[in-house]
Design a protein around this ligand. Structure first.
Ligand code: IVH
Length: 669
């Protein structure tokens, strides 16, 4: 058991090491900040639970990452530590409680409240008023000497002549990029902090000077003479010495007020000039700070009150209407860019017309946006307290913004309701936006699968009139492509190769690739099983025999109608005709000899060491089939971890055999 835990732990530590390198050494993280924080938390939790787990790379021990070999090293005279995080009021109360315990007394505390600027910290050593070293944080103990790069930043004084400026001082603060400036260079970086980090670590300071970096000062490391009573006094003095400090710094004296101010900032941070990912609260009295001191990696006298990693507020600048492959009109809010858990969000979906009406969302509103996991950011609600006067209701277009055709909301006979989604009624390739989306679907992984022909390339080729229909992909003007920016001979030949490769396709994938509404992968397989050859499939369509498909289990009226609509369109018929000549479409062969022949399966719960997709294909390879509901026709219900109780109950009632994952494997083997 312990061996397994150790292995798990080591795996996570290795993962952390890898991401540390991406983040600190290469300045180009491959996961979002919140994902990174989650990983860190998992490691810390494991250590908490099992005290035999130890590693020199534990996030409890290291702050950042070892300085890179590209730069000379500098040992900080005072360590550059990190801050512990608080997420809610409870964490803040706890933070204060620990302070009182440590001091062994309950005093009235003032806090210096400062925005937690989301940049890269740097330490500037001044001797007799002259900047002699500029250093990165590195691992908190040793940093990299990046003086020349830091000197390119206009906010950093090279000389300070004030009489009261300490003779020897390390001034610390944050290097960052204003959001507006980031918009100009965003193609190369995930967020402003990565941009700042990447530019700071250039070998040639001329490169650094090209990026409009800024510096806000907020603390000191080593200091030869410290006559200041409070952190807030020091901040004021920094300004007089010529350093930029945050215009949002404040002094606050109760946890209640800290919670209040945090809420205020959460709602206005999108309007700030720079990215902040929380607020920093520091015990204002420097004497108390000295008494409190540090734990192994953070001061006892300060805490970072972070913003949520999955939601933020921003203002709607405009509402765009996007047209999807099936004609659905999706409203998308263009918002002031806001950083949610390390990802800069400037678009958030509003789902559909009804959703806008129901939530009364208007251009100019301040809204709460959620971005969780891989889900597309979406607008949760309007902050009506912030609603400006005279905002007019949003009027949803009734004509398709792409082709001008009429749009409609379908009526559902069963629910007796109109669909929430409005759709363009154009079928085929006349509506430009629908056509582009159809082509993107055609080349996608589950369809024809053409590597090297991504969505962006399709858009570009569309604009250049290189592709207007799926069949055009197989007759590209490679000479023209070779002359395009970014297309070298190697990438052109790679593209040729993968297009050629994609010609071998199975009938089910081909049917799916046509992008017919309501014909997803499952239905495409069912239709392919029935029609078996492309010739049969095409004949059924051409000879108006689509209704025959109604006899197939799984195909209903909706699918039939959709197929009929598709094949009533001449352009679609031409697409199928041309493609069936160009492609080598394999007949559907059903493995009649498989072990699971004529047996149907359903999964519930999480399977171990195998994805649902793999499990499904294992069943299909062995001639079994997957069904989507528990009915008498189901032969086996395979249960993983945390199965759905309702499904289990239904299966038991119908007397269906229930298999554990192991039993199912045994059946296969
Ligand atoms: S004080 C020992 N003040 O947050 C305390 N840090 O997680 C040192 N940061 O490394 C930090 N704004 O990069 C402090 N007003 C502020 C800050 C700030 C941003 C960053 C800094 C630090 C990190 C801590």
């Amino acid at each position: 058991m312990n061996k397994y835990i150790k292995q798990e732990y080591q795996k996570k530590i290795n993962e952390l090491k890898k991401h540390n390198k991406f983040y600190y050494e290469n300045s180009s993280p491959v996961i979002s900040d919140s994902e990174y924080d989650k990983l860190k938390k998992k490691v810390l939790n494991l250590e908490k639970k099992h005290n035999f787990l130890k590693s020199n790379f534990s996030p409890a021990k290291i702050v950042g990452f070892k300085p890179s070999k590209n730069f000379a090293k500098y040992k900080h005279r005072e360590k550059m530590l990190s801050l512990s995080n608080a997420f809610d009021e409870k964490d803040l109360i706890n933070f204060e409680k620990k302070i009182f315990n440590f001091l062994n007394e309950k005093t009235d505390l003032n806090y210096s409240v400062e925005p937690k600027i989301d940049g890269i910290s740097a330490s500037l050593t001044y001797k007799n008023g002259v900047l002699i070293y500029g250093v990165s944080r590195g691992d908190g103990i040793e940093g990299e000497v990046i003086t020349e790069n830091l000197k390119t930043i206009k906010d950093i004084p090279h000389k300070v002549t004030n009489n009261n400026f300490p003779k020897d001082i390390e001034i610390r603060g944050e290097v960052y990029i204003n959001k507006d400036d980031f918009q100009k260079i965003k193609a190369n970086f995930a967020n402003p902090r990565n941009a700042a980090s990447g530019s700071l670590r250039q070998k040639d300071s001329k490169e650094t000077s090209k990026i409009p970096l800024k510096f806000i000062a907020y603390t000191f490391g080593f200091i030869s003479e410290n006559k200041f009573k409070n952190q807030s006094d020091f901040l004021k003095e920094l300004k007089l010495w010529g350093f930029l400090t945050s215009e949002h710094n404040k002094v606050i004296n109760s946890i209640n007020e800290l919670v209040n101010i945090h809420q205020q900032f959460e709602k206005k941070r999108f309007d700030l000039k720079y990215d902040i990912d929380g607020l920093v609260y520091k015990v204002n009295n420097l004497q108390l700070q000295r008494r409190l001191g540090f734990t192994s990696n953070a001061p006892r006298w300060a805490i970072a009150h972070k913003f949520s990693a999955d939601h933020a507020y921003s203002e709607i600048l405009n509402i765009d209407i996007q047209v999807g492959r099936t004609g659905a009109l999706t409203p998308v809010a263009k918002v002031k860019p806001v950083n949610i858990g390390g990802v800069v969000v400037s678009n958030a979906t509003l789902h559909n017309e009804d959703e806008i009406l129901r939530k009364d969302i208007r251009i100019g509103d301040t809204v709460k946006i959620e971005r969780a996991g891989d889900v597309i950011p979406h607008v949760l609600e309007v902050d009506f307290n912030k609603r400006k006067k005279k905002l007019s209701k949003f009027i949803f277009p009734t004509k398709c913004p792409s082709c001008g055709s009429n749009t409609e909301k379908e009526y559902n006979k069963i629910t007796k309701k109109f669909d929430a989604v409005r759709r363009c009624t154009n079928e085929g390739f006349v509506c430009e936006k629908i056509a582009i989306e159809k082509i993107k679907h055609f080349i996608s992984k589950d369809a024809i699968n053409i590597d090297g022909l991504g969505k962006k390339v399709v858009e570009k080729f569309w604009d250049l009139n290189l592709i207007k229909f799926p069949q055009d992909i197989f007759n590209l003007n490679y000479q023209k492509i070779s002359s395009l920016d970014g297309w070298g001979s190697q990438s052109v030949s790679n593209l040729k190769f993968s297009i050629e490769n994609s010609k071998d396709v199975t009938l089910d994938k081909f049917i799916f690739s046509l992008g017919i509404r309501h014909i997803g992968m499952e239905n495409a397989k069912i239709i392919a099983d029935f029609t078996k050859t492309i010739k049969n499939f095409f004949n059924i369509a051409k000879k108006n025999k689509i209704k025959d498909l109604i006899n197939i289990d799984g195909i209903g009226e909706t699918q039939i109608k959709s197929l009929e609509k598709f094949f009533q369109n001449k352009a679609n018929i031409k697409v199928v005709e041309n493609l069936s000549e160009i492609l080598k479409i394999k007949d559907r062969e059903i493995n009649k000899k498989g072990k699971l022949k004529n047996k149907s399966f359903m999964f519930t719960g999480k399977l171990q060491n195998i994805s649902r997709a793999e499990a499904k294909s294992l069943i299909e390879e062995n001639s079994g089939s997957i069904v989507s509901s528990v009915t008498k026709k189901l032969d086996y219900l395979v249960i993983g971890k945390k199965p759905t109780n309702r499904k289990l109950e239904q299966a038991k009632q119908l007397g269906i055999r229930i298999l554990t994952q192991k039993e199912w494997f045994d059946l296969l083997n």
